[in-house]
Design a protein around this ligand. Structure first.
Ligand SMILES: Nc1nc2c(ncn2[C@@H]2O[C@H](COP(=O)(O)OP(=O)(O)OP(=O)(O)O)[C@@H](O)[C@H]2O)c(=O)[nH]1
Ligand SMILES: [Mg+2]
Length: 450
């Protein structure tokens, strides 16, 4: 961490401005070497901006502003310089090369944020919030990530950790006085507290599914027999011709994925190959793929061609409901333009559309949006990811062991041991106990410059 790293912090490409970031003990000296007029940056107080030229090998590359941040008052906690230059890859590359020639090195993905973590500027959950914030596809997702970044959730985890540590201390204190038969705390009270902690952790772990919806969108798989109009519906919802539509059954063989935003909710639509018994190898592969997509979907739309018969897909529907009991499955009757729609008996839980004319699409959009919204209810200040969910489950398990030990009237030592295991896992969650593998995994989601 002693070297100085450099990277472009803004997206590459042509733009009005680009920002190049330097961080490390020598970053101000390195920037100074390339900066004209001389002596300006090296003597600058923290949080000041300076106008000048970046000059390298006697060539003036660009006129820029350099912002100076003196440790520890910077994003990384180290001396940092942010150079705003004109956008455009040639200028940016030249500037970065100049800074590398003067002693900086190209940053690894996420290295700025990694340094911020290692310098105690943020905890691990805040680091993960940075990644979520950058990748947010919706406003609610970004707002939740921003709250997590602010550290609200970390303080809830720290409070729980402190509370459990207090319980351990009491149990262990009682152990020290065991000869005198003193009781410091009622086991019932401890048991209640531990049970509260279990339900806190379990409900957080369960919010993983909802957080994934906020993070990457509500997954909607479009399934049904070939030719039922799945791709036509996919295009109608996207409002563009994305998937190939034809009257030949078996048109879609791979799957197509696109995200739409419905009133601020991201909905990821997946058009799949028609489901049927087939001996065409390519189609079979497509059908296998459908199964894995349906497993991942939050909602499955089964499209039926009502012009064949309203009951045409009933057997398929029953089969899917049986195979995917956890999935929400909705029957969509398509091609109502081909029948005498007024005369048929309608059922409440079925959606009727014509993907071709657009009739009923607004209503279907409304259904998709409210289903997505229902699934994220209750999420306020944290986006649980897979790492958190797995840890939280293990914490709840350890605490359940403690409850079990209390019920069996075991020694304080044993109860305390289980609770201490849970405390250690809580430390892993917030990053108080971390290891290189966990860090590498988290930072693999970052881009260079963040
Ligand atoms: N009249 C009418 N025709 C439709 C409607 N929806 C789709 N079609 C037609 O039905 C045929 C099949 O449509 P696709 O969207 O390709 O069907 P698919 O379910 O994706 O078919 P596969 O990819 O083969 O599984 C095309 O000729 C469409 O124009 C509709 O609402 N009304
Ligand atoms: Mg298709």
């Amino acid at each position: 961490m002693n070297d100085t790293i450099v990277a472009l912090a803004t997206p590459p490409g042509v733009s009005g401005l680009a920002v190049i970031r330097l961080s490390g003990r020598d970053s101000i000296e390195i920037a100074e070497k390339c900066f004209n007029p001389k002596g300006k940056l090296i003597n600058a107080p923290s949080h000041t901006i300076h106008f000048g030229w970046i000059v390298h090998k006697d060539i003036r590359i660009d006129n820029v502003t350099a912002s100076i941040f003196i440790e520890p008052r910077s994003y990384t906690g180290e001396n940092s310089v942010e150079i705003s230059c004109h956008g455009g890859m040639v200028i940016v590359d030249e500037l970065i090369n100049a800074l590398i020639d003067c002693g900086a090195r190209m940053a690894e993905p996420g290295e700025f944020t990694r340094r911020a973590f290692l310098n105690g500027k943020m905890d691990l959950m805040q680091v993960e919030a940075v990644a979520d914030l950058i990748h947010s596809v919706t406003i609610p997702g970004a707002i939740t990530a921003a709250r997590q970044l602010h550290g609200e959730f970390t303080s809830r985890i720290s409070n729980l950790r402190r509370k459990l540590l207090d319980i351990c201390s009491l149990l262990e204190l009682e152990l020290d006085f065991s000869d005198e038969d003193l009781t410091f705390v009622k086991k019932d009270k401890i048991k209640d507290d531990v049970i509260d902690a279990i339900s806190f952790c379990s409900s957080l772990a369960e919010s993983y599914k909802a957080a994934e919806i906020l993070r990457s969108g509500f997954f909607v798989g479009i399934a049904g027999f070939p030719n039922s109009g799945k791709s036509t519906l996919f295009n109608a919802l996207l409002k563009k011709k994305r998937a190939i539509v034809s009257e030949t059954p078996g048109t879609t063989r791979d799957y197509l994925e696109e995200t739409i935003i419905l009133n601020g909710m991201a909905v990821k639509l997946i058009d799949t190959a028609g489901l049927r018994e087939t001996d065409n190898i390519i189609e079979l592969e497509g059908i296998k793929l459908v199964q894995s997509i349906l497993e991942q979907s939050n909602l499955v739309l089964v499209i039926n061609d009502i012009s064949i018969s309203p009951e045409h897909s009933n057997e398929l529907l029953t089969k899917l409901k049986k195979e995917y009991p956890k999935q929400e499955i909705l029957l969509v009757q398509n091609k109502i333009d081909k029948i005498n729609f007024k005369d048929i008996e309608k059922e409440d839980e079925i959606v009727y559309i014509s993907a071709k004319t657009g009739e009923g699409i607004d209503y279907l959009e409304h259904i998709l949006e409210s289903a997505a919204r229902k699934n994220i209810e209750g999420i306020t200040d944290v986006l649980i990811n897979q790492r958190h969910a797995l840890l939280l489950k293990r914490i709840a398990e350890q605490l359940s062991l403690a409850v079990n030990s209390i019920d069996l009237g075991r020694e304080n030592e044993l109860i305390s041991l289980d609770i201490r295991n849970a405390v250690n896992l809580l430390g892993e969650l917030s990053g108080e106990n971390w290891n290189e593998d966990v860090l590498n995994n988290i930072f693999s989601r970052f881009c260079i410059g963040k």
